[in-house]
Design a binder for this molecule. Structure first.
Ligand SMILES: C[S@@+](CC[C@H](N)C(=O)[O-])C[C@H]1O[C@@H](n2cnc3c(N)ncnc32)[C@H](O)[C@@H]1O
Length: 226
């Protein structure tokens, strides 16, 4: 998938990437940071922290892209003080030049973590790196379709392109892989609230919840491996 990538600004002032050929963006046009914070941090990470007393958390991100969700998780963990193992799956990484144009550090008032965001993009693929004593990152250069992890994760951030662009990634086959990759009581959170997506999740064993979405989106989904 060699596509033209343009960096644009979303409504909350934070950057995202626009793909003119697919007419799709990496984040909601209503606000990239706002979306990440609502779906992945509040409804995913904080929900697990509040409901399961765990010191160690394994997180899998499907579609690593700009690294925004990874940065937001790192910053949130400064307050949570958990030991996080973060695995990001990406088949079409952005370039260092593209990463340098993303304004997340400024928008998040996180100048102290500028180096962390640079590291997130510069670290080698397919190796586990320690970003801080409490945060390990493994970026896997791999297709989502090939994931075969079993019983490893507490949380999955499912952030592939939408079903209108990549219908093959919102199917029972993929959600079965996600189900298998989660530990018991692990959760998957995603911005999609489509009925067909929810039914595909349910058919592989997930219990699903429709929850309020971020600004500009009525609903989102959280799926639990029971
Ligand atoms: C909606 S974007 C989200 C990116 C990311 N979560 C972020 O915050 O920037 C989807 C990401 O999935 C990646 N992707 C698309 N198809 C893929 C596939 N088959 N395997 C692995 N990654 C894929 C894209 O390159 C893109 O980075």
């Amino acid at each position: 998938m060699k596509l033209i990538r343009n960096i644009i600004k979303t409504a909350d002032g934070s950057s995202t990437i626009f793909l003119p050929e697919l007419q799709d963006t990496y984040h909601s046009k209503h606000g990239a940071i706002q979306e990440s914070n609502h779906i992945f941090i509040k409804t995913g990470l904080k929900y697990i922290v509040d409901n399961q007393q765990k010191l160690n958390l394994n997180i899998l991100e499907i579609g690593f892209g700009t690294g925004l969700n990874c940065l937001m998780t790192f910053l949130e963990n400064e307050k949570l003080n958990k030991n996080i193992n973060y695995v990001g799956i990406e088949a079409f990484p952005i370039t260092t030049e593209e990463a340098q144009q993303l304004n997340y550090i400024n928008e998040l008032n996180a100048t102290k973590s500028k180096l962390v965001f640079e590291q997130i993009h510069q670290l080698s693929w397919n190796q586990k790196h320690s970003i801080s004593p409490y945060f390990n990152l493994t970026k896997r250069l791999e297709k989502i379709e090939n994931i075969a992890d079993i019983n490893q994760y507490d949380i999955i951030y499912f952030d592939a392109f939408g079903a209108q662009v990549q219908p093959e990634l919102w199917t029972e086959i993929i959600f079965e892989k996600m189900y298998n990759a989660l530990k018991k009581n692990g959760i998957l959170v995603t911005y999609s609230a489509k009925g067909s997506v929810r039914r595909a999740m349910q058919s592989v064993g997930f219990q699903t919840e429709r929850l309020p979405g971020p600004p500009g989106k009525r609903e989102m989904l959280r799926a639990t491996k029971i």
